[in-house]
Design a protein around this ligand. Structure first.
Ligand SMILES: Nc1nc2c(ncn2[C@@H]2O[C@H](COP(=O)(O)OP(=O)(O)OP(=O)(O)O)[C@@H](O)[C@H]2O)c(=O)[nH]1
Ligand SMILES: [Mg+2]
Length: 301
């Protein structure tokens, strides 16, 4: 399997913006109150959010005081340690069990179809029997996009004509997946804004249809959020969690963001594991989320 873009190359821009702002922290002078303000501001500017930035800054300060650290250049190391600790308190990486049906949800353009394509590649490379379903019947291009990923990896696709009821496509897919005894069925859905009530309800209906037909397969849903959308991803996650039973998160486009800190509030505020991060547009640009690798790519090893 090709390697794909690494954490550090995907987070290059985030690393640069972080380090540019924390330049002062590399001098050996004494820590002052201003340094904590600067740390907090930097975290906020990298999309960590005020609430989490506050918690993290307080913890860094408590560690500094407890250890009687006085030099500024030790702050980044303590921040790194604190972040790894915090992000490791929750399970991370994909925790679904095969055979599985996984429904992809999220707002328009968040990276659902691409993430499904990458997953189809990953699991078929690992020798699993994968099937995808194009339950985005809203845009012809969306079906073609999924079909093109599926075709390149020889993965069967269940599709229907435009305008068909997405729940009926989901139903056909689950029947076919059960008959063919696939290990993994991934169901693509049309992007929707979280404030469109009818469209959000439609997701609940699809989830129910999959749940009724799943037999021995395990049913999951995951939300794909775009790292360049900043803290909006938090309200998106809230809304999709209410609409259907979300089990995990994929964060796409980390390579396109210079403020890739949004993983931090996602992990700290939600009881959901981050399954994957997207590090590029290619099939192999999907990484299992690993807090240590992520923090080291952001703050340097
Ligand atoms: N650089 C980069 N681009 C990505 C990544 N994931 C997705 N994209 C790009 O983002 C754009 C939108 O991705 P899609 O997968 O079509 O998003 P979607 O959520 O399926 O969109 P809708 O079906 O319209 O809601 C495409 O141009 C993708 O190539 C990533 O991890 N990195
Ligand atoms: Mg799509």
């Amino acid at each position: 399997m090709a390697e794909g873009k690494s954490y550090s190359s995907a987070l290059k821009e985030t690393n640069r913006s972080f380090m540019n702002r924390l330049k002062n922290f590399f001098s050996g002078s004494d820590i002052t109150d201003d340094d904590y303000e600067e740390l907090m501001e930097t975290l906020i500017l990298c999309d960590v959010g005020v609430e989490c930035a506050d918690i993290l800054t307080d913890e860094v300060r408590a560690k500094v005081e407890a250890r009687k650290v006085t030099r500024k250049d030790q702050l980044v190391g303590i921040l790194k340690e604190t972040l790894i600790e915090k992000l490791s308190q929750r399970p991370s990486g994909p925790d679904f069990e095969l055979p599985a049906i996984i429904m992809a949800v999220g707002v328009n353009g968040s990276g659902k179809t691409t993430t499904i394509g990458k997953m189809a590649y990953k699991y078929s490379q690992e020798g699993k029997k994968v099937m995808v379903a194009a339950a985005d019947t809203f845009r012809a291009a969306a079906v073609e996009q999924l079909a093109s990923w599926a075709e390149s990896f020889n993965v069967p696709i269940v599709r229907s004509e435009m305008g068909a009821d997405p729940a009926s496509v989901a139903f056909d897919a689950v029947v076919s997946a059960t008959a063919k005894e696939v290990d993994l069925l991934i169901v693509d859905t049309a992007g929707r804004l979280q404030n469109k009530v009818n469209l959000m309800q439609e997701l609940g209906k699809m989830h129910n249809v999959l749940n009724k037909g799943k037999k021995e397969m395990n049913l999951y849903a995951f939300i794909t959020v775009d790292a360049t959308s900043g803290l909006n991803v938090l309200s998106q996650t809230d809304a999709f969690m209410r609409a259907c039973n979300v089990n995990g998160i994929a964060v796409s486009k980390l390579d396109s963001s210079s403020k890739g800190g949004v993983l931090i509030p996602l992990v700290m505020q939600y009881d959901l594991p981050v399954w994957y991060i997207g590090t590029g547009e290619k099939a192999e640009d999907l990484r299992i989320f690993d807090p240590k690798e992520y923090v080291e790519a952001m703050l340097g090893e």
